[in-house]
Design a protein around this ligand. Structure first.
Ligand code: PEP
Length: 251
C-alpha cells in the first residue's frame, strides 16, 4: 500500500473577510518557496470559497467548505449543497464538526448523509469525530468515537474520498490537548475500525485536531497514525499555520 500523504487543513470557522485572502496568498508564497510534500487545504467561510479558490489556483493548496447539505438542490434556505462548493472550486467539505453537531444538532445519520453528498459532488469529505470532556472523564472515549465513526461514515467511503479528523471537543479552541498517549490510543482504535470495515482502511488519513499550535505540532504530528492536522485558530495567519505545516510536511 502506498504511504499516506500527510494532510494539513485549516478551518477558518466564522472568521475572514475579503482582506483575509492576503493570508492565503502568503501561505501560497511559502508553499512555492519551500515545496512541502504534505497536501494542504484551507476551509474559509462559504462567502470566501470561490474567491479563495481563485486566489490559490495553481498553488497546490486546496480549498474546502466547512459543511454541506445532504441534498444537491432544493428549498433549504441558507444551506449550501456540496455541488455548489465543487462549482465554487472546492476540493473538500468538512462534515460533522463538533460545533455543527452541537449548534445544529447534527446526528451521525445527518453527518453520514452529508459525507455521501460530498462524495456525490466529487469532494473529499473530512469527517469529524470526538468526545466531550464528560465522556472522556467517564471512560467512554473509545466507545463514543467508535460509534460516531460507524454512524458517520457511509458505505461508499474510501481512502481517496474520505479523511477522518479526531477532534476531542474539550480540546477545540481551549489551548488544552490530550496527552500523546491518549491521541495514539484513539487514532489506533480508529485505524482498527477502518481496517475492519473497509478494504483500504489502512489508507485512510486520520487527522488530529484541537488546539494544534506552532509549539505543540511537532510532538502531536509524530504520534503513530496521526496523518496530519485539522487546525482552527492557528490557521488564520500564515505565519502561525506554517510551523504546523513544517511539523508534518517535510521528510
Ligand atoms: C477546529 O475547529 O477544527 C479546531 C481544531 O480548532 P482549534 O485548532 O482552534 O482548536
Amino acid at each position: 500500500m502506498a504511504a499516506r500523504r500527510p494532510l494539513i487543513v485549516g478551518n477558518w470557522k466564522m472568521n475572514g473577510l475579503t482582506a483575509s485572502l492576503a493570508e492565503a496568498t502568503a501561505l501560497a508564497g511559502k508553499v512555492q518557496a519551500q515545496a512541502p510534500q504534505a497536501e494542504l487545504g484551507l476551509c474559509p467561510p462559504a462567502t470566501l470559497v470561490a474567491a479563495m479558490a481563485m486566489t490559490l489556483k495553481g498553488s497546490g493548496i486546496g480549498v474546502g467548505g466547512q459543511d454541506c447539505h445532504a441534498r444537491a438542490a432544493g428549498a433549504h434556505t441558507g444551506d449550501i449543497a456540496a455541488e455548489m462548493l465543487k462549482d465554487a472550486g472546492a476540493a473538500y467539505a468538512i462534515v460533522g464538526h463538533s460545533e455543527r453537531r452541537a449548534d445544529h444538532g447534527e446526528s451521525d445519520e445527518a453527518v453520514r448523509a452529508k459525507a455521501q453528498a460530498a462524495h456525490r459532488a466529487g469532494l473529499v469529505a473530512i469527517v469529524c469525530l470526538g468526545e466531550t470532556l464528560a465522556q472522556r472523564d467517564a471512560g467512554e472515549t473509545l466507545k463514543v468515537v467508535g460509534s460516531q465513526l460507524r454512524g458517520s461514515l457511509p458505505d461508499d467511503a474510501n481512502a481517496a474520498n474520505t479523511v477522518i479528523a479526531y477532534e476531542p471537543v474539550w480540546a477545540i479552541g481551549t489551548g488544552r490537548t490530550p496527552t500523546l498517549e491518549q491521541v495514539a490510543e484513539v487514532h489506533a482504535a480508529i485505524r482498527q475500525d477502518l481496517k475492519a470495515r473497509f478494504d483500504d482502511g489502512a489508507g485512510f488519513r486520520i487527522l488530529y485536531g484541537g488546539s494544534v499550535k506552532p509549539d505543540n505540532a511537532k510532538q502531536l504530528m509524530a504520534v503513530a497514525d496521526v496523518d496530519g492536522a485539522l487546525v482552527g485558530g492557528a490557521s488564520l495567519k500564515a505565519n502561525d499555520f506554517w510551523p504546523i505545516v513544517e511539523a508534518k510536511g517535510f521528510k
